[in-house]
Design a binder for this molecule. Structure first.
Ligand SMILES: Nc1ncnc2c1ncn2[C@@H]1O[C@H](COP(=O)(O)OP(=O)(O)OP(=O)(O)O)[C@@H](O)[C@H]1O
Ligand SMILES: [Mg+2]
Length: 248
């Protein structure tokens, strides 16, 4: 089994961690005693069956779910229960599984909305230009209504919007869902590029092989519990993980 003690223990390089977190919604408990530690500069990938609590794990980091016990830390600071807006200001950005764009609003206006925590419009406009250099396709169609974009273009817009704050850490919940294979490869390339530029990434991915293959660290969640942790490669090669969660 791929789990070792060091996988879930925080170190000096830990940027984001959950310690003994039990969380859910109101009276419903979804996560049970979850421990996760992600180091600076890593891509971490969370896999697990539908309904196992992957999105809830992200939501309990970000303040969208109720943490009932345990704690969440970001760069050594406790952030348990902080609001999404405070987390965004603090350098954590989140692309929800059901992220959406404003369809009757231009690509540019949608991009700018990602910087709503900036008090300075000029700063937001400058940041958008930097992102259009990185995502030329979005720059080209900036005046177009977002509702006219293809699925792949829309996903890039969602990513760009989340990058407006130049986050330290990005939480990406199923960024490849519903996309054609050629767009999936594009999104994964973007994720790896962002990571190369220093952004730490926590990814939820239903294509477990693909997700683990780009991940420095992997976590398997089932029934709200972390069942396996290890490097991406360790999990890909683990006999039990393969049989139970990779369809192999
Ligand atoms: N807002 C909510 N209120 C109450 N229960 C919820 C809420 N959101 C999710 N749940 C429940 O929490 C459990 C875990 O859901 P979650 O969305 O975290 O799973 P998931 O692993 O992300 O699933 P999927 O792979 O389908 O995206 C499910 O039983 C779901 O019904
Ligand atoms: Mg989910």
């Amino acid at each position: 089994m791929a789990t070792t003690d060091s996988d879930t223990t925080t170190t000096d390089d830990t940027v984001l961690s959950m310690e003994n977190v039990t969380a859910g919604y109101g009276n419903t408990t979804v996560l049970h005693d979850v421990n996760v530690a992600i180091e600076d500069g890593q891509i971490a990938c969370l896999i697990g069956p539908n309904g196992s609590g992957k999105s809830t794990l992200m939501k309990s980091i970000y303040g969208f779910a109720d943490v009932k016990a345990g704690s969440v830390h970001f760069r050594g600071q406790e952030i348990t229960g902080r609001s999404p807006q405070a987390n965004l200001k603090n350098g954590i950005s989140y692309v929800l599984q059901d992220a959406s764009v404003f369809p009757n609003t231009s690509v540019h206006e949608n991009t700018l909305m990602g910087g709503y925590v900036f008090e300075d419009d000029e700063k937001a406009a400058q940041r958008a230009e930097v992102l259009y250099d990185e995502f030329p396709i979005l720059g080209d169609i900036r005046q177009q209504d977002a509702g006219t974009l293809s699925g792949g273009q829309r996903r890039l817009l969602e990513l760009a919007r989340a990058l407006m704050v130049d986050p330290d850490v990005m939480l990406l919940d199923e960024p490849s869902i519903g996309l054609e294979p050629r767009f999936i490869d594009d999104v994964f390339e973007r994720i790896e590029q962002l990571n190369d530029l220093g952004t730490t990434i926590l990814l939820v991915e239903q294509n477990a092989e693909k997700g683990l293959s780009v991940a420095d660290r992997g976590f398997v969640l089932a029934s709200g519990e972390i069942k396996f942790t290890g490097t991406g490669t360790e999990l890909l090669n683990d006999e039990q993980v393969g049989r139970l969660y990779l369809g192999g």
